[in-house]
Unconditional design. Structure first.
Length: 193
């Protein structure tokens, strides 16, 4: 699923259109989408409306081509989340402009990566801040924070850790499996060793 599957889509509650989704509120720590930021204005063609209310993600029943089906329309006050709208500018930590947010890939309503209008793709783990612009972290020399494909490296890990940490790297070095771990991470695709 992509962010554009939600943005500018009408909201339906019991078959009646109640507004439109303008953006999402997500956790900067985990990347999980918590809220849909919506407007009660149904016509989005005349101007860029501001969000009037937020709806908890638990109210979403289905996302279809027609729009977003909600089980209930119960506006909430977004807490502990940052807001993401299309066309936010994206900057690296040193101030280099990387384009505007064109889309974002979602997996089970978790942000996986951002896609800009300059065809640049950034993993969600590289997002440092998001307010009226998206600021990216400095690239790390090691793959700290990347998700680990469990079946590939579970043989030498003591803990079942979902991301690469310093302890995971130390265990891989001790078990002489650093190359196996590295090849299991993006951008590599190691299926069989």
């Amino acid at each position: 699923m992509f962010l554009t599957d939600l943005i500018n889509k009408p909201l339906f509650v019991g078959g009646i259109q109640r507004g439109a989704c303008l953006g999402v509120g997500f956790s900067l720590k985990s990347g999980s989408v918590k809220y849909l930021l919506c407007s009660s204005e149904v016509s989005l063609l005349s101007h860029e409306p501001e969000p009037d209310f937020a709806v908890n993600l638990s109210a979403v029943e289905a996302v279809t081509e027609r729009g977003v089906e909600l089980s209930r329309l119960r506006p909430v006050l977004p807490k502990n989340c940052v807001k993401l709208f299309p066309n936010y500018p994206v900057y690296t930590q040193d101030g280099t402009f990387a384009g505007h947010v064109l889309n974002a890939e979602l997996s089970d309503f978790k942000l996986v990566r951002l896609i800009t209008d300059k065809n640049a793709i950034f993993p969600f783990t590289s997002v440092a801040a998001c307010a009226d612009a998206v600021i990216l972290k400095k690239s790390q020399p090691y793959p700290l924070g990347q998700r680990i494909p469990a079946p590939v490296v579970s043989s030498f890990l003591n803990k079942n850790e979902p991301t690469v940490t310093r302890s995971v790297l130390k265990n891989a070095i001790e078990n002489k499996a650093l190359i196996r771990l590295t090849l299991s991470l993006a951008p590599f695709s190691l299926h069989v060793l």
